[in-house]
Design a protein around this ligand. Structure first.
Ligand code: FAQ
Length: 309
């Protein structure tokens, strides 16, 4: 009975239990989960590009090994997430197709260029930092495979964050021009990092329903505030400033006040008009096209092995 199925689903959510792939779920819930997981997976995969830009120019063998490992981790995260989307009936080839044809989104942050090696450190510190802040609560997301994937992803993101901070600490102990590079990278990435949390709550069409379903555990603005509060002392320790004249401690609220991100810029980037959108998608498409022979070979091998059995 449809009513019984719906009430069983509602009860599972109300009791903070998990929805698993074989459970009945409303179509709108399935759609929302596929949307969020696919966007998240695409972000991990496209997110390899800005830092990948520096692999061949890392300043030492140690830095190169760390960066290679980090970028490979992002590929792994994309794979877990595509698998989680498949448990909802999504088809991986179709998801990739939607990404390369601009019909599915990925995080705005990856549409900004990486102009110096300090950007690698700032991405680790602020971008992975924002990702952790957003994703730790998602370990309790109501959809089982997504929440469980998030546990492992968060552990790896913590390593990414630390390697970024350690890289920046090293540069800050260097020359004046290295310190300038770090400050300039922070100036370029601070506002885009705040935009990663999504639009303000009153302009976020999905938050209310996603909170009710336990898909999201906090609103976009709550997480953005949490991120600002945790980043300010880290910046002080590092010796850099954030490019926001309105940033100051508010003792009454027990939080930092901060300025308003440029939401026009955010929507322009989300709609495909950021500095690197075209380049990121074109690169992903060519990598996918050039990998066609690998997919064909894997399928031929699987068919042959199945025939033998
Ligand atoms: N960029 O109603 P809401 C990483 C879209 S971390 C682009 O608030 P929702 C790790 C949104 O999709 C980055 N689009 O949406 C890494 C919606 O459009 P739709 C990935 C954005 O879903 C680090 C519309 O705006 N993390 O990759 C953005 O409730 C370093 C209205 O927004 C995740 O995906 C944005 N920033 O909340 C990798 C975390 N914000 O779909 C490499 C999981 C919003 O209706 C290197 N996702 N939009 O057409 C989430 O937590 C949520 O989906 C939000 C958005 C918070 C991102």
């Amino acid at each position: 009975q449809p009513d019984e199925l719906q009430s069983h689903f509602d009860e599972t959510i109300a009791r903070e239990r998990r929805i698993e792939p074989r459970d009945w779920m409303p179509e709108a819930y399935r759609k929302t989960m596929i949307r969020q997981i696919a966007q998240h997976a695409h972000s991990e995969i496209i997110g390899m590009q800005p830092e990948g830009n520096w692999i061949t120019r890392a300043p030492s063998l140690r830095r190169k090994a760390v960066l290679l490992a980090k970028v490979q981790d992002e590929a792994g995260h994309g794979m877990y997430l595509y698998s989680a989307a498949e448990t909802l009936g999504a088809d991986r080839a179709d998801l990739t197709d939607r990404l390369v044809h601009g019909r599915q989104k990925y995080s705005s942050i990856f549409n900004y260029p990486t102009l110096s090696y300090a950007d690698v450190g700032v991405i680790g510190w602020l971008v992975d930092g924002a990702a952790i802040c957003n994703q730790v609560p998602l370990c309790r997301s109501s959809y089982g495979p997504y929440g469980r994937a998030m546990v492992r992803i968060c552990k790896e993101e913590s390593f990414h964050q630390r390697q970024g901070y350690e890289l920046l600490m090293t540069m800050m102990r260097g020359t004046d021009s290295q310190r300038d590079m770090v400050q300039q990278a922070v100036d370029r990435f601070w506002w885009p990092a705040l935009m990663m949390f999504g639009p303000p709550d009153d302009e976020s069409p999905n938050t209310e329903q996603s909170m009710a379903w336990g898909v999201k555990r906090h609103t976009n603005d709550e997480l953005r505030q949490r991120f600002v509060d945790m980043s300010v002392p880290q910046a002080e320790k590092l010796g850099v400033t954030f490019p926001d004249p309105d940033l100051r401690w508010n003792a009454e609220r027990g939080h930092y006040d901060f300025g308003t991100p440029d939401w026009d810029e955010f929507w322009a980037v989300v709609k495909g008009n950021g500095p690197c959108n075209a380049q990121r998608v074109a690169h992903r498409k060519s990598a996918h096209d050039e990998g066609a022979w690998v997919r064909e070979a894997a399928l031929a091998h699987a068919a042959k092995s199945a025939g033998r059995r």
